[in-house]
Design a protein around this ligand. Sequence first.
Ligand SMILES: [Zn+2]
Length: 271
Amino acid sequence: MAFKINKMGNLIYLTIPSFTDTGMVRHCFTTRQGGVSQGLYAALNTSPYKEEPIETTNKNLDIICRAIGIDYKNLVMTDQTHSDNIKVVDEGFLYEKDYSNRELIGYDALITNLPHIPLITFYADCVPIYLLDPVNRAIGLVHSGWKGTTLHIGQKTLEKMRIHYGTRPEHCLAAIGPSIEKDCFEIGEDTAEIFKQSFKDYHDIIFPKDNGKYLVDLWNVNMQMLIRTGVKQENITESKMCTKCNAELLYSYRRDKGQSGSLSAIMELNY
Ligand SMILES: [Zn+2]
């Protein structure tokens, strides 16, 4: 099953039908269409950790959050450092942080079981993973770039949800969002070696090329990781959209040589 493309005026965003069907979450994956950013970031950069006026980014966040029915001022975000650090967003966290500053430093996954607390994570080629435990009412968003993938951050996030919420992977819905596909993700020998060491018994994830480089299938690695952790294959939605190939709709760090805006995954529990 694929992601659904939604259009509202010139705003375009994606949703996951199996997540929508639960009625438990408001969520989306943003595109670059429908915002007010200029130049390289045109038009819907959603990350405040970029070189544009914060008023512009906030306007974009307001546009997309209104469209899916949440208040952008409540967003919980992190600057993301390609780590395997996972933040449990709980009452203690909300107590520490005032309403206008729910920013975290140094995390790459956010989980919560609190309703009406929207989480947001940022992307431009890295793999977005959405997790929803409909039994214990808990959600997670994971930023799984190549480093995070080799650190097994998707698996570790499910384990953290088990510890904190009693989550069982076999009950979970998951989704793998737009990111860089295998044929667009060429890596060198050193990185390929890290993948080989991290995923010894995985299959069809590293492909040698004639030029001495390798292609890595981040979608397949993360898919296999979720399944090995216990998520049922039929409960995983894959967008299969490549950020690098879809210049009109998506930002790509590699295509734009590091000068791209950020796409985002946004999700909150309804109740
Ligand atoms: Zn591509």
